[in-house]
Design a protein around this ligand. Structure first.
Ligand code: ZN
Ligand code: ZN
Length: 232
């Protein structure tokens, strides 16, 4: 019996959406799989907001071009994906980061062809990391990097100011909440970086993080998240 089969007996694969034990290796069970919603292929080329837009750029990105060249997420922040993110982030299930990162590598392979290979996770503030005891974006980025052959730069991006949760805030409040919250710990002159986080909503966090990377010399920042909450 192969080691992988033994591992499956003692740690059987479970659905990332509902934790049900699965008969074989898959991300979702037969109930969750059809509920998984992918981001429509017609979306803003800068921020992945779904819709048909003039010159393929949404009004938000048109009005205020983001400091990242493009952002992508394979899944809508809904159904089993949203449940999995919530479990990973708030319900003490860091082990979900591994299968979700592998899933992200597979589902974003088209995007990754032209993405930077140096990965920077969006970090938690040290005080929040002490409370949660793990940083889900960092775990997700490490799993993605292993599966896709990328390289994670840890501790490059730091949260210099503690921010409140973005959930339930308006777009302007989100921007004010994260404005100036990030800084880079070292010189990034000439770097091309892939910023990785779990969910992209209005992009306020991604904008603040990308701005900090550019301020330290990065020449290009792209953004990849597992899920996209629609915000227009
Ligand atoms: Zn399920
Ligand atoms: Zn956009």
């Amino acid at each position: 019996m192969a080691l992988a089969d033994l591992v499956d007996i003692f740690f059987p694969p479970t659905c990332v959406g509902c934790a049900r034990v699965l008969p074989g290796r898959a991300a979702f069970c037969a109930t969750c799989a059809p509920e998984v919603e992918r981001v429509p292929s017609i979306h803003c080329l800068r921020c992945c907001e779904p819709g048909v837009f003039k010159e393929d750029v949404c009004p938000r990105c048109h009005l205020r071009p983001p400091p990242f060249s493009r952002a992508f997420a394979p899944f809508a922040h809904a159904g089993p994906i949203s449940r999995a993110v919530h479990q990973m982030k708030y319900e003490d299930h860091p082990e979900l980061a591994a299968p979700l990162g592998e899933l992200l590598a597979v589902e974003a392979r088209g995007f990754l062809v032209q993405a930077p290979v140096e990965v920077v996770p969006v970090p938690l503030h040290p005080a929040r990391l002490r409370e949660r005891r793990y940083d889900q974006a960092s775990l997700l980025a490490q799993s993605l990097a292993r599966a896709a052959g990328l390289h994670v730069l840890t501790d490059v991006l730091v949260r210099e100011r503690r921010t409140e949760r973005q959930v339930g805030r308006t777009e302007a409040e989100r921007e004010a909440n994260v404005d100036g919250a990030f800084g880079a710990s070292r010189d990034l002159t000439g770097a091309r970086l892939l910023l990785v986080d779990d969910v992209f909503t209005t992009g306020a966090t991604a904008r603040a993080a990308a701005a900090a990377l550019h301020a330290s010399g990065a020449v290009e920042v792209q953004v990849l998240t597992l899920a996209r909450a629609y915000s227009l």
